[in-house]
Design a protein around this ligand. Structure first.
Ligand SMILES: Cc1cc2nc3c(=O)[nH]c(=O)nc-3n(C[C@H](O)[C@H](O)[C@H](O)COP(=O)(O)O)c2cc1C
Ligand code: SF4
Ligand code: SF4
Length: 447
């Protein structure tokens, strides 16, 4: 049976699933439910000394939308959009002291960790909240440089406003790290931020790990009434953000090699595994627990175990960063890959009833003969592989392009095109040529 435990920042997590800092970690009882459901860790809803951010939570608004922008009633599908606005913990951080100790003891009895979270108004506040967390025996703290809401609060400086500026993020991190003995994890913002540079700055300042990432800020409209949803801008997320987040997870893994806690876009075990294969050591789960209840968590943990058993992964380490290590670091690596072109298997092709591939090829490399047979125009085909993916009958394969074809200029920008002073002109990509055939074909139909 697969081993789920993972070492992260010197701590042993019994599985990679940690509950993110949000409403299900907003009280000791709720956090205990998370530990009972099998969470290896829970990050407390951000503790603060900013009055407006505490008040904001007392005035929270949430709605769950579908991909068409309508409100979802009843069962929530995988592709939900969570639009919401809440602040930090409305219990003053010093009033948390007895509860932090008690909840940490409860977590420890279950082999789990209570992790702190801080969001302060100035450097003294950052240090004091973090020291309080450390003094209560919590083994790690996350600094919330990712919250989208302080930016909408007049007079407040915090959250993503820190995470958007590498120098500021680095300085706050350095001051907190100097004041603490426990590992400090920085929660990044993906919103208008040079994410990699901020991660680099906080790593150099002493951060033990980063959380990639908090959510985006959005704006949504009820088109029936013309009213903004939730009265205006709010935090926005859901499983649809996963690919946007993984861009940063894999990049930070590739470039900085530092421990990463993945957050923003987890629905089920498949997403958690994708985060791990992109370079996350542990994974945070948030919105979906607010929507489906904490009882959803054991399914995710069991799902990871089942997947690993079915795919022969013995431990989390064998999946960690697997895909990130294979990913191109920049697009120029594409140039050295072997050239291919499309080939159609006419025995299985369902043309003329199906023409999906023709519709999607914007290089005019596929056409239909009068008899309804698909033809590949190899001199136009750039080997983009879109037709290979979309064919519902697996009738397209990609064949290697021979050196001879290449030398003949089938797939090649002619020599000299980019020499200084010469007009940009290729056979295939010339603006005069692109779409010309399509326009010619469209003309008689339009007339
Ligand atoms: C309603 C709500 C409240 C949140 N509150 C906090 C918070 O207090 N501190 C924090 O660091 N992140 C907060 N977050 C962000 C989450 O911890 C998490 O990073 C984010 O929701 C993305 O993960 P998910 O896709 O699993 O929800 C909040 C998110 C939501 C939806
Ligand atoms: S590989 Fe791309 S360019 Fe070639 S036929 Fe298929 S869709 Fe067209
Ligand atoms: S998508 Fe596949 S089945 Fe459909 S026309 Fe193209 S090759 Fe044939």
């Amino acid at each position: 049976m697969a081993k789920l435990d993972v070492e992260f920042c010197g701590l042993n997590f019994k599985n990679p699933m940690v509950v993110a800092s949000l409403e299900p970690t907003n009280s000791p009882d709720l956090m205990k439910q998370c530990f009972d459901a099998g969470a290896s860790g829970a990050i407390i809803k951000t503790l603060t000394d900013i009055e407006d951010m505490a008040r904001l939570t007392e005035n929270s608004k949430y709605c769950v939308m579908d991909q068409e922008g309508g409100i979802i009633e009843g069962k929530v599908p995988r592709d939900f959009v969570f639009y919401s606005r809440s602040g930090y913990s409305s219990t003053y951080y010093k009033d948390w002291i007895p509860y932090l100790k008690e909840t940490q003891a409860y977590a420890a009895e279950r082999g789990a960790h209570l992790i702190g979270s801080a969001g302060a108004k100035d450097i003294d506040g950052w240090i004091d909240i973090c020291r309080t967390i450390e003094d209560c025996g919590l083994p790690m703290v996350e600094l919330n440089f990712g919250c989208p809401h302080p930016a909408m609060m007049p007079g407040v400086h915090g959250g993503s406003m820190i995470g958007q500026v590498p120098e500021v993020a680095g300085e706050v991190t350095r001051r907190v790290c100097e004041a603490l003995d426990i590992p400090v994890m920085i929660k990044l913002t993906p919103d208008q931020a040079p994410v990699l540079e901020v991660a680099r700055a906080v790593k150099e300042a002493g951060a033990a790990a980063v959380t990639a990432t908090n959510r985006y800020t959005g704006f949504a409209v009820d088109i029936e009434t013309g009213e903004p949803r939730l009265a205006g801008p709010a935090g926005i997320g859901g499983p649809w953000t996963k690919a946007l987040t993984l861009r940063w997870v894999h990049k930070i893994y590739q470039e900085l090699g530092m421990p990463i806690s993945g957050s923003n876009g987890i629905f089920d075990h498949r997403d958690a595994i994708e985060f791990i294969m992109s370079g996350a050591g542990i994974v945070q789960i948030g919105s979906v627990l607010m929507i489906k209840g904490v009882k959803w968590l054991p399914n995710v943990i069991k799902g990871i175990e089942r997947f690993m058993d079915e795919h022969g992964y013995e431990d989390i380490a064998s999946m960690h960063g697997l895909a990130a290590r294979k990913a191109v670091r920049d697009y120029s690596e594409q140039f050295s890959r072997n050239r291919v072109h499309a080939v159609v298997n006419h025995d299985t092709c369902k043309n003329p009833t199906c023409t999906v591939c023709i519709q999607m090829c914007f290089y005019e490399a596929l056409s239909q003969t009068a008899e309804g047979r698909i033809e590949v125009h190899t001199d136009n085909c750039i080997g983009c592989e879109l037709c290979l993916d979309v064919c519902p009958f697996e009738s397209i394969s990609m064949n290697p392009t021979t050196d001879e074809h290449y030398a003949q200029g089938y797939f090649r920008i002619p020599d000299g095109v980019f020499e200084p002073g010469k007009k940009f002109s290729t056979q295939r990509n010339h603006p005069d040529r692109i779409g010309k055939k399509a326009l010619e074909r469209a003309k008689p139909a339009a007339e």
